[in-house]
Design a protein around this ligand. Structure first.
Ligand code: GSH
Length: 126
């Protein structure tokens, strides 16, 4: 199938017409708003199968996330609990809110609540 021919202007079903390269501040800020994804953080430890599993689940979701290692870092572990996380690793935070560990992450996924939490839309079935 041939790709669509390049056009000098675009229109959408709402009847809006715009030139290619038209990047008014309004349309750019709208795009940024739409693309804003939640900040995902995980406190993790090297020799921890639950951490490995949580990392794997998040990677499978295709989201970006920040990993903090608590290994040999008691301050990081204190920070984890001070933020409302539990005492075990992993602890996952989404937009600063504590989600829990791997069990809670999996439970959310089973209830189809994880994707929306991670800012993912519903995936079309193939
Ligand atoms: N139910 C928890 C279990 C987590 C867990 O037991 N983590 C272990 C390491 S794999 C842990 O933190 N143990 C105590 C510690 O390392 O201080 C979860 O699903 O995340």
């Amino acid at each position: 199938m041939q790709p669509p021919a390049p056009q000098s202007s675009t229109s959408d079903p709402c009847g809006r017409v715009g030139s290619e390269g038209d990047a008014s501040p309004t349309s750019e800020s709208e795009k940024r708003e739409i693309k804003t994804l939640p900040k995902i953080e995980i406190y993790s430890s090297k020799f921890c199968s639950f951490c490995w599993a949580a990392n794997r689940l998040l990677k499978a979701k295709g989201v970006e996330f920040t990993v903090y290692s608590v290994d040999g870092d008691p301050e990081k572990r204190k920070e984890m609990t001070a933020r409302g996380g539990g005492p075990t690793v992993p602890q996952i935070f989404v937009d600063g809110r504590p989600v829990g560990g791997f069990d809670e992450l999996t439970a959310l996924d089973m209830d189809d609540e994880l994707d929306p939490l991670l800012g993912l839309g519903s995936q079309p079935s193939s």
